[in-house]
Each structure stands twice: as structure tokens, then as C-alpha cells.
Ligand binder design. Structure first.
Ligand SMILES: Cc1ncc(COP(=O)(O)O)c(C=O)c1O
Length: 389
């Protein structure tokens, strides 16, 4: 057996031991609390759709957890991102600065507005947008008019900057926020993956004008499908609620809508699940941090680079990740582990390699390319054995 295969086998065995008796997925949900009770209450009360007490309760719960003033629940994280960008003022023909190493939803949301993505590089340590790359890109490409930044090459407005906290690890978001202020660019955080993650003691998603979360089935807590916008701005919060609920003017029986709105409100059924999940979030974060600790010690012994929370961050360790030596080693490991029932996945294909975003302006993306070749996600669920199941 080659040295490579020997190490792969040890990783396989280690992962299997972390999840005794389980099918080893990348991230499956845990329903260990009041989920069934709260769902039954919804069904018994007939409030299963977008009106219901659980939606408001879930919004208040997320806002309180994150230390945000307002939260607006949506049908999924992509919808939350879409509306967050609209609220930040992004409109047709604008440009939005983001990272190329992200999940497709970040860029899809930009495209729904008929805006154009522009990509800057990430940091190797955080896997998220690099404030240094952002600043360098803007110094070279931005021209300021009336306090707003425009792209010198295209003449278009940089209408928002959307960094993403990759796998739950906070990027250097305070420095990114400073660059955004300097260049007059609204900051919207794609914090879909980082509920439970803090940077310098402040929850991710609260550093800019708006943040967006996802409660998809693979996230740290799930509502089946769902999302949330957070903001401290009361006027933005009111507009976001209005536009996500078909822009209907409140009236006891008349249907009057004052703009084209979206049917984006999270149903009560999903919110009920969310309320039950939120009660368990602190415990999930604790167990996931312990899991990461075990992985970290193991990979240190094997001299394999394990992605740890960046300096200043307290991460939810949503998805654990390792950095292998090369694309070849990455591919060999993916094949080896998936063939043996240990689910592993490569980091996303870069947006600039996808047909829809190939033409988009970028800064060379040196670190993104390097990471794309090497990063693999490894099994990261809360082990059932840890919750007494
Ligand atoms: C980085 C990122 N952005 C946005 C989303 C979109 O969330 P959703 O799947 O709930 O639409 C996700 C997750 O799926 C994500 O990982």
C-alpha cells in the first residue's frame, strides 16, 4: 500500500470512529428537541403557511442570538441574499464585488437583480474575502464620485460588497467593513454558513448594512428550507418585510399591493422547526467545536493541514476542511473516501470557471485558485452519539 493510501485509510478509520454506527455524510441535521411538538402545534392550529406566531418568534430569536435589531425570515438563504442586496440599493446594471470561491447562490442572487459580479481574491487563512485584495482592487479600479465608487473600466457603480464566511469561518470582516466605508460601498454579508460564528466577539452578519443566513437542510440549524435577513436599520427592516410579503398594504380584506413584491416569507411550519432548532444551537456549536478539536489533533499528527478558526474568530466549524498537497492528491482522496462510504467533497468550482460568470472582471484570484485545487470538506455533523441518540 502506498504511503498516500495508508494515510487515506487512517483518515477513513478516524472519521468512521467519530460517527459510530452512522452513515457518514458531510452534514446531516439533528432533530433532538421540540421539533415534533412545535410542528404538531402548527398543524393543529391550521397556521402552516406564511402567517403564524412561529415566524415572528423565529425572527426575534435569531435577531437576539446575533445581537441584531431586526430579522426578516425568508423561504431560503438565496432569497435572503437577493433581498438584502436590493435593500442595499443594488439595481440593474450595477456591479457587486464578491469572492469567486463561494457557493453559487451568492452569484445567483446578484444575477437575479441583473447586476454583474466582480471577483476579488480570498485569504488562505480564512478562505473568505481578503481585505487586502479588496483594497488593492479598488485602488486600481475605483473612482469616487459623490462619495460612491464607480468602476473606471466599465463606468458602473460598485453597488455592494458581499464577502462570505466560508464553512462558518469568519473572514477579516472588520477590515473589509473599513474598506467599504472608505470607498462608500454598502456591505452585505453572506453569512449563510456562519450562524454561531463570531469575529472579535461580534456575530457574523452584523458588520455591514445587512446579513443573510440559510437554514437549508445541510446547515448548522435547519428549517428544511429557509433563510433570514438581519439588519439594525428600522427603515430597511420594514421595507424588507414588505417586499418579501408581496408588498401588500395591510388591510382587513382588500388586496392592494404598492410595488412588485416577492412571495418570499418563510412558512410557519418551517419557522416552527427553526424555533426548536434554535433552542439547540448553542449545544450544536459546542459539539462541533469539540469535533474540530479532535480532527485538528489527528491531522496535526499526520502533518496534514486542517482548517482552523482564524485569529480573532470563534467559529461554528460548520464544515471541517483539510488542505491537501495538490489537485492530484485531492482527487485521489475524494475517490478513495467516497468509494469507502465516507462522504467528502471538494470546495466549490470557482465562479469564474462557470459559463455564466466566466466573463466577469477579477483580480487574478491567486489564493482562490490555490485553494480550489486543495481543499476538501470532511464529515462534520453533530455525531448522534454526542446527543445520546
Ligand atoms: C455561501 C452560501 N450562500 C448562500 C446560500 C444559499 O442558501 P439556500 O440554500 O438556503 O438558498 C448557501 C447555502 O446553501 C451558502 O452556502
Amino acid at each position: 500500500m502506498s504511503r498516500e493510501n495508508l494515510v487515506f485509510q487512517e483518515i477513513e478509520e478516524f472519521s468512521k470512529n467519530l460517527f459510530p454506527g452512522e452513515r457518514i455524510t458531510l452534514h446531516r441535521p439533528v432533530f433532538g428537541g421540540n421539533e415534533k411538538n412545535y410542528l404538531a402545534e402548527c398543524i393543529d392550529s391550521n397556521f402552516v403557511s406564511s402567517v403564524g406566531a412561529r415566524v415572528t418568534e423565529f425572527e426575534k430569536g435569531i435577531a437576539a442570538y446575533c445581537g441584531a435589531k431586526f430579522a426578516i425570515a425568508t423561504v431560503n438563504g438565496t432569497a435572503a441574499l437577493h433581498i438584502a442586496m436590493v435593500m442595499a440599493g443594488v439595481s440593474r446594471g450595477d456591479e457587486v464585488i464578491t469572492q469567486a470561491l463561494t457557493f453559487i447562490a451568492t452569484c445567483n442572487a446578484i444575477s437575479y437583480i441583473d447586476a454583474e459580479a466582480v471577483f476579488v481574491d480570498v485569504d488562505r487563512e480564512t478562505l473568505g474575502m481578503s481585505p487586502d485584495a479588496l483594497r488593492a482592487f479598488l485602488v486600481e479600479n475605483a473612482e469616487l464620485k459623490d462619495g460612491r465608487a464607480y468602476n473606471r473600466k466599465t463606468g458602473k457603480k460598485f453597488a455592494a460588497c458581499v464577502p462570505m464566511h466560508t464553512f462558518g469561518h469568519p473572514c477579516r470582516i472588520d477590515e473589509i467593513a473599513d474598506v467599504c466605508v472608505e470607498f462608500g460601498i454598502p456591505l452585505v454579508e453572506d453569512s449563510a454558513e456562519s450562524l454561531g460564528s463570531y469575529y472579535k466577539g461580534k456575530h457574523t452578519g452584523t458588520f455591514g448594512l445587512l446579513g443573510a443566513f440559510s437554514f437549508n437542510g445541510n446547515k448548522i440549524i435547519t428549517t428544511g428550507g429557509g433563510g433570514m435577513i438581519i439588519t439594525d436599520d428600522p427603515e430597511i427592516a420594514a421595507r424588507a418585510k414588505h417586499i418579501t410579503t408581496t408588498a401588500k398594504i395591510p388591510h382587513p380584506y382588500e388586496f392592494v399591493h404598492d410595488q412588485v413584491g416577492y412571495n418570499y416569507r418563510l412558512p410557519n411550519l418551517n419557522a416552527a422547526l427553526g424555533c426548536a432548532q434554535l433552542e439547540q444551537l448553542a449545544g450544536f456549536v459546542e459539539v462541533k467545536r469539540e469535533l474540530a478539536e479532535k480532527y485538528g489533533r489527528f491531522f496535526d499528527e499526520k502533518a496534514i493541514s486542517f482548517v482552523r478558526e482564524p485569529a480573532g474568530a470563534t467559529s461554528n466549524y460548520w464544515l471541517n476542511a483539510i488542505i491537501l498537497e495538490s489537485r492530484e492528491e485531492r482527487d485521489a482522496f475524494l475517490k478513495y473516501s467516497n468509494d469507502r462510504g465516507v462522504m467528502t467533497r471538494p470546495i466549490w468550482r470557482m465562479m469564474t470557471e462557470l459559463e455564466m460568470f466566466k466573463h466577469c472582471q477579477h483580480d487574478g484570484l491567486e489564493n482562490s485558485l490555490w485553494l480550489e485545487d486543495r481543499v476538501v470538506n470532511i464529515p462534520s455533523s453533530v455525531p448522534m452519539s454526542e446527543i445520546g441518540a
